[in-house]
Design a protein around this ligand. Structure first.
Ligand code: BJW
Ligand code: ZN
Length: 253
């Protein structure tokens, strides 16, 4: 760890990061499943990350969908129901407040880049969320390509069909698929400008999203890692705040 690093979320590190956030012209936050854990939504990796007997990583692929669309949709239907019942937690709300504070304060920028598909950042009031891995609340037709919002939970028919007769899939990004071009381009541009880059509740193991944190570091941003566990980014971060995002983020405001 470098000089300015602190291995736990003590008051001094929180205060130093708070000051850096007040001073920085451009701020980026990258979030992952951990920020929604305190809303009751399981993360992907680790002990809490199993659904029935399947690892999520076995299900989040075009091959899994081709093999068994009904099984994959059962998983997504379950997650849609969980997300619908869940409420944004103090971490989501703090990020929405931070965005407002920075943007309304004048010539500064705040960009929220999320790997999450649950919609909790939107519901917490974040105005502009760059969703790198898509959105659970949209479907895409595998035949005609139509992308459509769908809020029905549970879905009446699994797998759901398009009005053209084609099979619908969740409008999310699976392994081996490209990220939405617009969101990705904006995320890279914001990362290159960032003076402070927050990495919140992500194992930072899935690329290219995780690469943004490395890019930020190379562009001389100060990187802060907020996570309950150690991550590979810790050794190069300016601050490592160990603890639940829902407890740490409100203290940064
Ligand atoms: C808390 C907490 C609390 C808990 N507070 N913290 C090398 C370089 C580049 C790419 C690759 C590479 N090797 C392989 C690849 C390809 C692959 C990849 O990265 N694989 C890795 C496994 C190595 N990447 C891809 O395939 C991507 N596409 C791509 O590369 O396309 C190239 C291409 C170009 C042109 C044409 C075609 C292709 C796509 C990746 C898509 C990932 N999709 C998923 C599913 C999304 C839909 C869905 O939700 O179902 O995204 S997989 C899953 O992982 C999901 C997540 O967004 C993503 C990241 O997970 P996340 O959020 O980090 O969760 P966890 O569980 O890993 O971590 C949670 C963390 O929270 C933990 O650290 C906890 O400690 C912490 N935590 N409670 C704070 N309260
Ligand atoms: Zn269709």
């Amino acid at each position: 760890m470098g000089d300015s690093q602190v291995g736990c979320a003590d008051g001094e590190a929180i205060w130093a990061l708070h000051r850096a956030l007040e001073d920085a012209k451009d701020v980026v936050a990258l979030t992952g499943a951990g920020i929604s854990a305190e809303s009751g939504i399981p993360v992907f990796r680790g002990p809490g990350g199993l659904w029935r007997t399947y690892s999520p990583l076995q299900l989040a692929s075009p091959e899994a969908f081709e093999r068994d669309p009904r099984l994959v949709w059962e998983w997504y239907d379950w997650r849609r129901q969980l997300s619908r019942k869940a409420k944004p937690n103090a971490g989501h709300i703090a990020l929405a407040q931070l965005e407002r504070k920075i943007i309304d304060g004048g010539a500064r920028s705040f960009t929220l880049v999320s790997q999450n598909v649950d919609g909790l950042h939107d519901r917490a009031g974040s105005r502009n969320v760059l969703k790198l891995h898509g959105d659970l609340w949209f479907t895409r037709c595998t035949a005609c390509g139509e992308v459509k919002r769908n809020d029905q939970t549970p879905l009446p028919e699994l797998p759901p069909k398009c009005k053209c007769g084609g099979l619908l899939r969740p409008n999310v990004v699976w392994f081996g698929e490209p990220l939405p071009q617009d969101a990705w381009t904006q995320a890279v541009e914001a990362t290159c400008r960032a003076r402070v880059f927050l990495v919140i509740g992500t194992s930072a193991t899935v690329f290219p999203a995780a690469g943004l944190a490395h890019e930020a570091r190379q562009a001389k941003a100060k990187v802060a890692v907020i996570n309950t566990e150690a991550t590979e980014l810790d050794s190069t971060a300016a601050w490592v705040l160990r603890g639940p995002a829902g407890e740490i983020l409100p203290r940064l405001l």
